[in-house]
Design a protein around this ligand. Structure first.
Ligand SMILES: [Zn+2]
Length: 333
């Protein structure tokens, strides 16, 4: 329940302590899309807007567009800046959440050592928190999505790459500088395919990312196809596509079984474009195999479901990070 009125939400007169923010601006930097949205303290998305990333334009131009998108989301939210007060940014790593720096994200070639928090605070005039995008998404699903009410939850996002986040004892696990929980780089074959994300061999990402599904389909003779084409062809019974798809769900079940054995989560939430496109065609075989193969009793009890926040997960997650890390801070004068 909101008890904060418009009058009390504004910065108090005569140095009175301002009320906590009513909402946060969430910004999400993906390899193909930038997203911005205003999210209130109960997880409602008041505005949502997306544009393409065009990472080749470089960080200066890219950040200008990101901050412009944020201003648009604020304008469309119906709330003033003073009622928002905080900003969360999610991006793929590696990054340093303490210093607020993007180190060298592979999905943003040429963006090296970008002090994104300082740049965003200067551009938007509000306190800003940075988090790994999949970790932020896990926080979003845990607070307001499919994982609400759970104490032990794993989130895996499967799109261009594969990212993950973990909630342990009700708390987000972040690692020493915010790069923990890289569940996409769990090894499923130590002599296997090259992983573009980290350079090792046989990572989960090297088999189940949208990029890898398309690549493996091409190697199997399907021509230049997308992951969505493979899903559709397998559903229609095409034998080559079925082989590629079965290898995909096998690799996902293999990696996820290790993750379930490691954490004994009550719930695994799967999100990202590959999952939303395939739905139960992915979830059903993976659920069956993980439950059958994980060590008792962890596996038999685990629920495996699709993300509830869908396309909004990135901005909701970034907003949750802002609330958790900045929600009690004063707005700078
Ligand atoms: Zn890897």
């Amino acid at each position: 329940m909101h008890t904060v009125t418009g009058a009390t939400a504004a910065t108090g007169a005569d140095g009175a302590r301002p009320a906590p923010p009513l909402a946060a601006l969430g910004l999400d930097i993906g390899g193909t899309k930038l997203a911005a949205g205003v999210v209130d303290a109960e997880g409602r998305v008041l505005s949502f807007t997306v544009t393409s990333t065009n990472p080749e334009e470089g960080p200066e131009r890219g950040l200008e567009r990101l901050f412009g998108l944020g201003r648009k989301a604020v304008a469309e939210s119906g709330l003033g800046w003073e009622r928002i007060g905080i900003v969360g940014i999610g991006s793929g790593g590696p990054l340093d959440t303490t210093r607020g720096v993007l180190i060298a994200p592979p999905h943003l070639p040429g963006w090296r050592n970008v002090p994104i928090v300082a740049l965003a605070e200067e551009a938007l005039g509000l306190p800003v928190a940075l988090e790994n995008d999949a970790t932020a998404a896990a926080a979003g699903e845990h607070r307001f999505g499919a994982g609400a009410g759970t104490r032990h939850m794993v989130y895996l996002t499967i799109s261009t790459g594969v990212g993950g986040g973990t909630v342990i004892e009700g708390k987000l696990y972040r690692g020493a500088s915010g790069n923990g929980g890289e569940l996409g780089h769990v090894t499923v074959d130590c002599a296997g395919r090259h992983c573009r994300g980290c350079g090792r061999k046989g990572c989960l990402e090297a088999y189940v990312s949208g990029t890898s599904i398309a690549e493996r389909a091409q190697e199997a003779g399907m021509g230049a196809v997308t992951a969505a084409d493979v899903v559709a062809a397998a559903r229609a019974g095409d034998p080559v596509a079925t082989t590629v798809w079965d290898a995909t769900t096998d690799a996902l079940a293999c990696g996820l079984t290790s993750i379930v054995n490691l954490f004994e989560p009550e719930l695994v939430v799967l999100g990202g474009g590959v999952v939303s496109g395939a739905g139960e065609q992915l979830l059903a075989p993976v659920r069956d195999r993980v439950r059958a193969e994980s060590m008792a009793p962890a596996g038999g009890a685990v629920e495996i479901v699709q993300s509830a926040l869908g396309d909004h997960v990135g901005v909701v997650g970034a907003a949750v990070i802002a609330f958790d890390r900045l929600g009690s801070l004063h707005r700078p004068d």
